[in-house]
Design a protein around this ligand. Structure first.
Ligand code: SF4
Ligand code: SF4
Length: 60
């Protein structure tokens, strides 16, 4: 399951790419909850969000 490093992505509002990770997930399991990225347990490790994140804040 993909993991988010909150030291690298503290706030969705500060994302230089307007939280592109949310829209790129084919399973729609990435959500913005109270300005924090939450990755749901149905993640299939496809890696799309890892590639797109400008801060390299997501890893598998
Ligand atoms: S793309 Fe990266 S920096 Fe932007 S909101 Fe998503 S995880 Fe955070
Ligand atoms: S690795 Fe793929 S399935 Fe998992 S959260 Fe990222 S984009 Fe979605």
């Amino acid at each position: 399951m993909a993991k988010i490093d909150r030291k690298l992505c503290e706030s969705v509002n500060d994302c230089p790419e307007n939280a592109t990770c949310i829209g790129i997930c084919p399973l729609n399991v990435i959500r913005n909850v109270n300005n924090m990225i939450i990755i749901g347990t149905l993640c299939v490790d496809c890696g799309e969000c890892v590639q797109i994140c400008p801060k390299k804040a997501i890893s598998i």
